[in-house]
Design a protein around this ligand. Structure first.
Ligand code: ZN
Length: 350
């Protein structure tokens, strides 16, 4: 098979022939149709964050078709349309046993990021228990981006405990933010979206945001209070995680509000204990999502309640070009790579 291989950090990927993986008895071989790309891939490429042993194949937003199943696999067979849950978890620790497997204390591999070869390839072998059925109504690119952008946003909403009629401030409208805006609207919330980029603010409006804020232009907490009769928002979803966004987010909360940290950088933010205590604020972390979150978001995509966030596709052979566009920060929503098989399948469908 062919794959876009990371041979050296800070160097372009190389589209080349590699050995097609053979599935273990409990694994399935998936013919990749589409694979999303995101900031995690840029960090991998730069040698920050996860630093896998090289050569390595990235790609953690995979949609495809099962072409082979190991003899211990039940429930999936050749021809099934699937998407892949990224985490190989232990299934036995307190986190796994309390349905929070994304914070498993014995985390094994992470598809396309740590110890498990990913979806920038024509085929990928994955443990069958990480497979999720992709509803027929969902296209390959839309299915792929459910695996991280969709699942992460869905889980953040779960952590946020967002309720009908609440107002939420969403900071950062990239891939995860594009899903978060739509999910918050679907949950019946009023959405205020914060973006530095004019084109992303316009995009946020198109996908349903009720008000747009430019942090370069306004003092955020004041602007938020102007839009909320002086009260502040019920909830902030911070997908950026810089000192400035955390500070502005906490200052924008109403009494009793919840701050949900999705994105992060090496930045710190000192919080005064008295301010948290006296205002009964909650600060919540959220990491990716559970397999159940992935199933739910794929179902929402199938129902038409959320629209596609895929604005650009590239042939997987041109992964370097796609990553350069991503790095420019100018793309809207998500960029997806299509394998030759994925392109043929979409052409046939169209
Ligand atoms: Zn575990």
């Amino acid at each position: 098979m062919k794959a876009a291989v990371l041979r050296a950090f800070n160097q372009p990927l190389e589209w080349q022939e590699v050995t097609t993986p053979s599935p273990e008895p409990d694994e399935a071989l998936v013919k990749v149709m589409a694979c999303g790309i995101d900031g995690t891939d840029l960090k991998l490429l730069d040698g920050f964050g996860y630093t896998p042993e090289l050569p390595f194949v990235m790609g953690h937003e995979v949609a495809g078709v099962v072409t082979e199943a190991g003899y211990r696999v039940t429930g999936f067979e050749e021809g099934d349309r699937v998407i892949v849950y990224n985490f190989t978890t232990c299934g036995a620790c307190f986190a796994c046993l309390s349905n929070r497997e994304q914070i498993c204390v014995n985390m094994g591999g992470v598809l396309g990021a740590k110890d498990r070869s990913g979806g920038y390839a024509e085929y990928v072998a994955v443990p069958a228990r990480q497979l999720v059925r992709l509803p027929d109504q969902v296209s390959w690119p839309d299915g792929a981006v459910c695996c991280d952008a969709g699942m992460t946003a869905f889980h953040a909403m779960e952590r946020a405990r967002l309720r009908l009629g609440e107002t939420v401030l969403i900071v950062g409208v990239g891939g995860v933010g594009s899903m978060a805006v739509q999910l918050a609207k679907a949950a019946g919330a009023r959405v205020l979206a914060v973006e530095l980029s004019q084109s992303k603010r316009e995009w946020a409006r198109q996908i349903g945001a009720d008000a747009l804020l430019d942090p370069g232009d306004v003092a955020l907490p004041d602007a938020v209070r102007d839009l909320t009769r002086g009260i502040g928002v019920d909830c902030v979803i911070d997908i950026v995680g810089q000192t400035g966004t955390m500070a502005a987010g906490i200052d924008s909360l109403r009494h009793g509000g919840r701050m949900v940290i999705v994105g992060y950088t090496p930045d710190h933010y000192p919080v005064e204990g008295k301010y948290l205590a006296q205002n009964e604020l909650e600060i919540l972390g959220t990491r990716a999502g559970r397999k159940q979150d992935l199933i739910q978001v794929a179902g929402l995509m199938a129902s038409g309640k959320i629209r596609s966030i895929v604005t650009q596709t590239f042939p997987m052979e041109n992964a370097n070009e796609a990553l350069a566009v991503l790095r420019s920060g100018e793309n809207l929503g998500r960029i997806v790579l299509l394998t030759p098989a994925g392109r043929r399948s979409l052409d046939t469908a169209a």
